[in-house]
Design a binder for this molecule. Structure first.
Ligand code: NAP
Length: 284
């Protein structure tokens, strides 16, 4: 039996455990996914000893370890270096390599919902870790990206970083998150992406965008997946826009981790159904 961990602190109930264990079971694999709460003070010791054990195949990494863990790995994949955070680790014969699958997870979800992303005009609200991961992949495909953030300096820093990567093809602009800036940006956008926690349980009435600003024909992607249908998505639907839940991103970033651990093609729909059911029963 091989084990994959979710490494965080604290770690409570986890949708990653639900979806990976459903996938391992469906494919009859001798793997299991366990939660491991490791405090920041104990991270180094955990990475040196337990993570390198033969039975441990890998881990997902969550708050607060996504950046700190990079200092405890033997190798970090190029994309994770560019994003500045690791969310997946593979243990290969006691050598640990870090990856970041959030960007590919988001792009797979977007391509499924929208089609080819070459030349699209996208608005990203937020400039934290999720925006960084999505922005890195999207900037290699999109024609233009506008990043709107509560702290304007953070949006500028992210835009500067993305523009400096050799993969970047998009023109990247930024603005402070305000109604006029949103109104202007959304008039020209094909895709709107929320990467802020606004609308997430328990503050489900939060939304980063006033309903009146959403244009019909836009694809509105909320990275929040709890609840499944956020206020932003409900209002987007009412405005005639297409919508995409963060659950598809969660599943596709998990699917990418599954491929790295097992070398096998993951049962994506089983993973999706397992999480949707768990969210439906417990949180929505
Ligand atoms: P983060 O690094 O803390 O960044 C949060 C961003 O949201 C920052 O830009 C922050 O603005 C902004 N923000 C926070 N509260 C706000 C408010 N009240 N009003 C306006 N802006 C606000 O967090 P993260 O790691 O990027 O995660 C953000 C969200 O992404 C999570 O809540 C999660 O729902 C989602 N996510 C989903 C997946 C998935 O698989 N579906 C994966 C990763 C993340 P400032 O810079 O001004 O602080």
């Amino acid at each position: 039996m091989r084990v994959c961990y979710l490494l965080g602190y604290p770690v409570g109930h986890s949708m990653s455990a639900v979806m990976h264990n459903a996938a391992f079971e469906e494919m009859d694999l001798r793997y299991r996914y366990d939660l491991r709460g490791v405090s920041p003070e104990k991270l180094g010791a955990f990475m040196t000893r337990e993570m390198r054990e033969q039975a441990v195949r890998g881990a997902n990494v969550t708050i607060p370890h996504k950046v700190a863990v990079m200092g405890h790995l033997d190798e970090v994949d190029r994309e994770a270096v560019a994003i500045g955070a690791v969310n997946t680790i593979v243990n290969e014969g006691s050598s640990l390599k870090g990856y970041n699958t959030d960007g590919i997870g988001a792009i797979s979800a977007l391509e499924e919902a929208y089609g080819g992303l070459e030349g699209v005009k996208a608005v990203i609200v937020g400039a934290g870790g999720a925006a960084r991961a999505i922005g890195y992949r999207l900037s290699s495909l999109a024609g233009a990206i506008i990043i709107l953030n509560r702290t304007a300096g953070r949006a500028e820093e992210l835009a500067g970083h993305l523009s400096s990567t050799p993969e970047c093809k998009a023109h990247i602009a930024t603005s402070h998150l305000s109604r006029p800036a949103l109104e202007d940006a959304l008039r020209k956008a094909d895709i709107l992406i929320n990467t802020t926690p606004l609308g997430m349980t328990p503050s489900v009435e939060g939304t980063p965008v006033d309903a009146g600003l959403i244009q019909p024909g836009t694809l509105v992607f909320d990275t929040v997946y709890n609840p499944l249908r956020t206020r932003l998505l409900r209002e987007a639907e009412a405005a005639g826009a297409r919508t995409l839940s963060g659950l598809r991103m969660l599943v596709y970033q998990g699917a990418a981790a599954f491929r790295l651990w097992t070398g096998l093609e993951p049962p994506v729909e089983t993973m999706y159904r397992a999480v949707a059911e768990a969210l439906g029963e417990e949180w929505v």
